[in-house]
Design a protein around this ligand. Structure first.
Ligand code: C2E
Ligand code: MG
Ligand code: MG
Ligand code: MG
Length: 297
C-alpha cells in the first residue's frame, strides 16, 4: 500500500488505502476462525426445468455472516482464502449444512431434488471434497445421487489434469453428477468437452445477460446448447433475470435454468417455503421480474 514520507519523517498512509487494507486484514484474520465459529451459512437457489417448470434442485451458495460487517457474499471473501485448510473448513461447513437441510426437507415430505455443491479446484483435485461429501451423506442417510458437483473451468488450469479427471470420475461412479459451471468464460477447450467426465453444462450469466442486446451472445448460446445436446449433456442457463430471456432460452431448447426471475438464493427457511408453495400450486411458476435484494433472516 501507499505510504508517504512526511517532513517530520512519520509514515502517513493514504486514507482510503489504509481503510481498505485494515478491512482486508480483518477479513483475512476472521476467515481463519469463521468455520470454527459457525459463521458460514448457506443460501439456496433453485434450478428448474425450463419446459415443464418442474423444480430440479437447489444450488448451495456460501455466505459469511461476519460479526461486524454483516452478510458477506463469496466474491468478497473467497479471493482472500489462499490457505487450503481454510477452504477445506469452509467446504466442510457448506456440505454439512446443505446435507442436513436436504435431510430435513425430505423428512418433511417435500421434494427438494438435487443439491449442487460448488467445489474449488483444490477440493476437487484432492481426496478431501469427496471424503467430506461422503461423510455428510452417511451422517444424514442420503445418497450420492442427491448431489451435483459444480466445478468451474479453472480446474483445467491445474497441472494435475489426471487427478481432476480421476476425482470427477470417482464422484460420478459413486452416483453424483458433475456440472461444468460458468461455461464460456474460462479455460475449457473442446478437448475438455470431449474428455472431461461431466453431465451438465452451465452457460455463464454474462451470455444470458446480453440476450436481446448482443446478437452474438444469442448465436453463442444457440451453439453451446446444440453442442451440449449433441454430447448428451444437460444444458443449464444461469442468471435468468427477465421473462424475455427465459422464453428465448426455452425456444432454443435450453433444458434448465436458474436466476433471479425464478428465485434469488434464499435462506433455508425461505427455500423450504418455496418448496411448499410449489407443491401447493401444482408446480407452475409465476414469472414476474425480481426486484428485492437478497436478504438473510
Ligand atoms: P456460481 O457458482 O456461478 O453461482 C452463481 C452466482 O450468480 C451466485 O453468486 C448467485 O447468487 C448469482 N446469481 C444467480 N442468479 C442470478 C441472477 O439472475 N442475476 C445475478 N446478477 N446474479 C445471479 P454468489 O452467491 O455471489 O456466488 C459467486 C460465486 O462464488 C459462485 O458462482 C461460485 O463460483 C462461488 N461460490 C459460492 N458458494 C461457494 C462454495 O460453497 N464453495 C466454493 N468453492 N465456491 C462457492
Ligand atoms: Mg455454481
Ligand atoms: Mg455459475
Ligand atoms: Mg457464475
Amino acid at each position: 500500500y501507499t505510504a508517504k514520507k512526511q517532513r517530520n519523517s512519520a509514515v502517513v498512509f493514504d486514507e482510503p488505502s489504509l481503510a481498505l487494507h485494515l478491512e482486508q486484514d480483518k477479513l483475512t484474520a476472521g476467515l481463519a476462525i469463521a468455520a470454527d465459529r459457525d459463521e458460514f451459512i448457506v443460501h439456496y437457489q433453485p434450478k428448474i426445468d425450463l419446459r415443464t417448470q418442474q423444480h430440479l434442485g437447489f444450488e448451495a451458495l456460501v455466505r459469511w455472516r461476519h460479526p461486524e460487517l454483516g452478510l458477506l457474499m463469496p466474491g468478497r471473501f473467497l479471493p482472500l482464502m489462499n490457505d487450503s485448510r481454510q477452504f477445506l473448513d469452509m467446504t466442510r461447513a457448506v456440505v454439512q449444512i446443505a446435507a442436513r437441510d436436504l435431510r430435513i426437507w425430505k423428512d418433511a415430505g417435500l421434494s427438494p431434488g438435487s443439491m449442487a455443491i460448488n467445489l474449488s479446484e483444490t477440493s476437487l483435485a484432492g481426496p478431501s471434497g469427496y471424503e467430506l461429501l461422503g461423510e455428510a451423506i452417511e451422517e444424514n442417510n442420503l445418497d450420492w445421487r442427491d448431489f451435483v458437483i459444480e466445478v468451474t473451468e479453472d480446474v483445467f488450469l491445474n497441472r494435475q489434469a489426471e487427478q481432476i479427471h480421476a476425482s470427477a470420475t470417482r464422484f460420478r461412479e459413486a452416483g453424483a453428477r458433475i456440472s461444468l459451471d460458468d461455461f464460456g468464460t474460462g479455460f475449457a477447450s473442446l478437448v475438455h468437452l470431449r474428455d472431461f467426465p461431466f453431465d451438465e453444462l452451465k452457460i455463464d450469466r454474462s451470455f444470458v445477460l446480453n440476450l436481446g442486446i448482443d446478437t452474438r451472445c444469442e448465436q453463442i448460446i444457440r451453439a453451446v446448447i446444440d453442442l451440449s445436446r449433441n454430447l448428451g449433456k444437460r444444458c443449464v442457463a444461469e442468471g435468468i433475470e427477465t421473462d424475455e430471456q427465459r422464453r428465448f432460452l426455452l425456444s432454443i431448447g435450453c433444458d434448465a435454468g436458474q436466476g433471479y426471475l425464478i428465485s434469488k438464493p434464499q435462506p433455508a427457511t425461505q427455500a423450504r417455503a418455496y418448496l411448499t408453495g410449489r407443491a401447493c400450486n401444482g408446480g407452475r411458476l409465476h414469472f414476474s421480474q425480481a426486484e428485492n435484494e437478497e436478504t438473510a433472516p
